[in-house]
Write a protein that binds this ligand. Structure first.
Ligand code: PEP
Length: 255
């Protein structure tokens, strides 16, 4: 089983949710639940909650991530945050290229690639999101779409750096819709991603990369998805906002 060669990681994506008091309450509830986990535990929170999250999780097994990062170091980029600004306050992970950013904020594979490289250069671990639209799946081009995203998003990223990168396979039609990819669909595309990495780098590198599934994962469907050979955890939206639900996913990923 190559699953042992890499760490399963459950990462919450809080999106634009939780005021500071709400974030504090959720994290305090989560800490004792996460303590038992035998997998990586990450919470990616809105910028305004990052410092609170870093402070509250000090000395625990919960790591903190941001939901986006800009690729320039500094300058006239109103509203943006640099990788150094994130590492300076103790952030360790960052989601890059989430489909909501691609869909609503004009994110492209080129900017995903730039953001990924500047995150890695600053010492952040990127969670790079890829996935097909429903229309692309119906046209039977999922493999082409996802392989293309992997090649473009990771262009010029070294083998050493790709091992620090998490890839999240998130079929766009499954995000926040309640429609989940079947375990077979999730495994098929996660394996395709690993095979693409093996071609771009080598098998040893590909086997070391954590590849998550994301898209309406919840306590009911997690066991089957997480049992797949090439699914190493999940990127979790809705179910990361309730400590008990997130805890079930941590338990499943720890098996
Ligand atoms: C996500 O936002 O990355 C996600 C997978 O959301 P949800 O779990 O709500 O579908």
């Amino acid at each position: 089983m190559n699953k042992e060669l890499r760490q399963a990681v459950i990462a919450g994506n809080w999106k634009m949710n939780k005021t500071r008091p709400e974030a504090k309450a959720l994290i305090e509830e989560l800490i004792p639940i996460a303590e038992k986990a035998n997998c990586g535990v990450v919470i990616c929170v809105p910028f305004t909650n990052l410092e609170t999250a870093v402070e509250l999780t000090k000395g625990t097994n919960i790591k903190v991530g941001a939901e986006n990062v800009h690729f320039e170091k500094s300058g006239a980029f109103t509203g943006e945050i640099s990788a150094d600004m994130l590492t300076e306050i103790g952030v360790e992970y960052v989601i890059i290229g989430h489909s909501e950013r691609r869909q609503y904020f004009g994110e492209t594979d080129e900017t995903v690639n730039k953001r990924t490289k500047s995150a890695l250069a600053a010492g952040l671990k990127p969670i790079v999101c890829v996935g097909e639209l429903l229309w692309e799946r119906e046209c039977n081009i999922t493999e082409e779409v996802v392989a293309r995203q992997i090649k473009l998003d990771l262009f010029d990223v070294s083998a050493e750096d790709v091992k620090k990168t998490i890839i999240a396979y998130e079929p766009v039609w499954a995000i926040g819709t309640g429609k989940v990819a079947t375990a077979e669909q999730a495994e098929e595309v996660c394996k395709l991603i690993r095979d693409t990495l093996a071609k771009l780098y080598d098998k040893e590198t590909a086997d070391a990369v954590t590849i998550q599934y994301g898209g309406s994962m919840n306590p009911k469907n997690a066991a089957e998805l997480l049992a797949q050979e090439d699914v190493d955890g999940g990127l979790i939206g809705g179910a990361s906002l309730k400590a008990a639900d997130f805890g079930v996913l941590l338990d499943e990923a720890s098996k």
